[in-house]
Ligand binder design. Sequence first.
Ligand code: FES
Ligand code: FE
Length: 408
Amino acid sequence: MNTTELRHLIDRQRPGWSLEQHFYVSPEIYELERRGWLAAQWYVLGHVSEVREPGSFIVRELLGESLLLVRDAAGVLRGFYNVCRHRGSRICEKDGRAGALVCPYHGWSYRLDGSLRSAAAMPAEIDLTQLRLHPVPVREIGGIILGSLTADPAALDEIQQAFEPGLAYLGIPNARIAARRSYPTYANWKLAMENFVECYHCFPCHPEYCSVMGHVDLYARDLPGPAAAWTERETRWFQEEADRDSPIPEQGFLLTRRKFSQGRGPIGAGRKTQSQDGQPVAPFLGKQRRFDGGASGFGVNPFVFLQAMNDHAVLFQFLPRGVEHTDVLISWLVDGSAREAEVDVPRMVWMWDVTTVQDKAIIERNAAGVRSRVYTPGPYSKLESGTAGYIKGYLEELRSMCARAVAA
Ligand code: FES
Ligand code: FE
């Protein structure tokens, strides 16, 4: 499939309906996305606690590329392709800490800033200063490590400025990872993300989530009553209970179609945190000193999302791995000073773990049906406006990317 054919396919998609089968199963489309649209997005690659000390490095895969994220001697986080400038070997296989990065093949060694430090027996005419590791865009925002293959880091300046006061208040830069779980989902990344940005499925599929999160009332079968009741409860919470010191805007925390968003809202029903009984699971996170029962959300569309309660935070990673394979990882963060004995990991992970296991199953069932010869696009409900907007934005950006490719 060339870009002209892809453009025809994009143009015949019906607004407000799910996509045609090709978009979910075609290796050719995935390959075009991987090289173009997906490469230009930002992804969560980790948390600062994984690469805090000078000389520490982590090895992460992004869109089929192995990347090295390195804390250099001056404390700057740098990103490189894990590809030796000699004959291309992978340099590091796993996370570690070292004064230099040494390729195991012929022993070329690189400084932590990516420059070549030594290469034995090279002809005098070879300019070794030209053989730096290939850089890749990375950025730390309030303790969250973001990476991309082709995005311009300057585009994150505004987001960094907007997010850092809130993330600092929540202590995310000094937090530690108390648990991490992986949910490999065998479905196209769009099916995974379409599911993540709607809650139409919450009542049929997520009884535990619905038992905790008050905002699901908004999705109560499109009834005006529950939605109005929730808005009223939220307003009262902002006026009477919300932490006045929090710099995070009081505008709810639901994902929107905007490029980035942040906000706070009540979990609901008097819950202090997202545990089954609503009671705390860890000491206060960051500068918070009172259980106001709020949840704060930070999102950069489409792949970056963090949700923080008063005592822990949940960091999501969505990583497309193949046309029908998306890795979903969740890290639960607690305050950096919280001792192990003070954190109840099983109670902390309960809600998102049970919910994400359910999501993996429903997304994979969705993928199985989409592969059928009788599958055709279906209409989104009024409660899937997030998904409809998400797909609309994806098609618009893909269309302009095709236009640029044709013009080039
Ligand atoms: Fe790395 Fe030869 S490929 S030193
Ligand atoms: Fe879900």
